[in-house]
Design a protein around this ligand. Structure first.
Ligand code: FAD
Length: 314
């Protein structure tokens, strides 16, 4: 079996999601990585360092700047003949690109894979994570997106991969890059942070959200997340959203503050190792998944928690 991993990049660095995709790919066969972009030679060198990677395919051209899925899909299709599996992380990038490749190849992709049984059998959650479906695919080529939190990061200890240059594929310019707007945050990135503090509608306002959660996150060096209700109410930006239609996280510690625990929210965080919930309603469903629950008003509980953590840290 030969596996093509589609590399993802963040601000001129190889994204950690790629390391999870490689780890999944190594369970399937020999792994090559496609690094496509503009001025991405440095990223190809980073990809070369990943243990177990056989070859880095480097497509470095202006046409691949900004990683537009519409432009990248024909490139992946051109390479597809040599591979039994094409794997991307189930990130916004992977979820945009892989279905386009699948459509062009007339294959049915399997999305958000959390476990690989064998080279044709995959497990993935459906119905907001309430059911785990086992899919056995009879197709000659398998296209997968993998849930990054379900696969360990491949090691970057100096692999021996060769770098092969790939010529760009001519495509009609149906889409063009306009602008990139990133939320600036001093906190760690949500999907890779070891600790996540998430706030919900119970915070009551954007001011409370920032005033209570920022100092707690600073104290614990945590990322900040939010429920959809908090995002819809403009307490937090859209890319903070955790859940079925937001980001999937599985940190060592997840603290849910003023979040009721709707199934769509649980779908994005219930695999966290330790879950703490603070809610004034003792019957809130979040307490069913919480390892530690505090029935309290968050306006008093959160400042007290910050004070106690600071006291321990001193
Ligand atoms: P609420 O349900 O209103 O809960 C607020 C909680 O705060 C309550 O439990 C209350 O007791 C508590 N509270 C209030 N005041 C205080 C206080 N002073 N102290 C302590 N506790 C207090 N939701 C997501 O989060 N992520 C998703 O990705 C997502 N995707 C969705 C997709 C679909 C198709 C649909 C239909 C819904 C989706 N939702 C998602 C929405 C989801 O169903 C819930 O509406 C949402 O999660 C509720 O957010 P919440 O818990 O912040 O708000």
């Amino acid at each position: 079996m030969s596996v093509l991993i589609i590399a993802e990049q963040q601000q001129s660095c190889l994204d950690e999601a790629t390391l999870s995709a490689v780890s999944a790919g190594l369970q399937l066969g020999e792994v090559d990585i496609l690094v496509a972009g503009h001025n991405v030679a440095e990223i190809a060198i980073q990809a070369q360092q990943i243990d177990g990677v056989r070859k880095v395919l480097l497509a470095d051209a202006t046409v691949y700047a900004h990683a537009l899925a519409e432009t990248l899909a024909p490139l992946v299709v051109q390479l597809a003949d040599s591979y039994s599996h094409i794997v991307a992380a189930a990130t916004s990038f992977g979820k945009n690109l892989l279905p386009r490749v699948a459509a062009l190849l007339d294959c049915a992709p399997v999305s958000d894979v959390t476990s690989i049984v064998d080279t044709q059998t995959f497990i993935h959650p459906i119905y907001a994570g309430n059911v785990l479906q086992t899919v056995r695919s009879q197709q000659s080529k398998q296209l997968l997106t993998i849930r990054t939190t379900a696969f360990a990061l491949a090691e970057l200890t100096g692999g021996q991969a060769v770098i092969e240059h790939i010529a760009p594929v001519a495509v009609p310019q149906l889409s063009r890059f306009i602008d990139l707007q990133l939320t600036e945050s001093e906190h760690p990135e949500l999907t890779t942070a070891k600790i996540v503090i998430s706030g919900g509608r119970g915070l009551g306002s954007a001011e409370n959200f920032a005033a209570l959660l920022n100092p707690l996150a600073d104290t614990l060096n945590a990322a900040i997340g939010a429920s959809r209700a908090a995002v819809d109410a403009d307490y937090a930006p859209n890319d903070y959203q955790v859940g079925q239609t937001g980001k999937i996280v599985a940190p060592d510690l997840y603290i849910a503050i003023g979040i009721s625990g709707a199934i769509q929210h649980l779908a994005g965080m219930k695999d966290s190792k330790v879950i703490v919930a603070i809610n004034k309603d003792a019957d809130a469903p979040i307490f069913k998944v919480a390892d530690y629950g505090l029935v309290a008003d968050l306006h008093t509980a959160v400042p007290e928690l910050i004070q106690q953590i600071k006291a321990i840290a001193c």
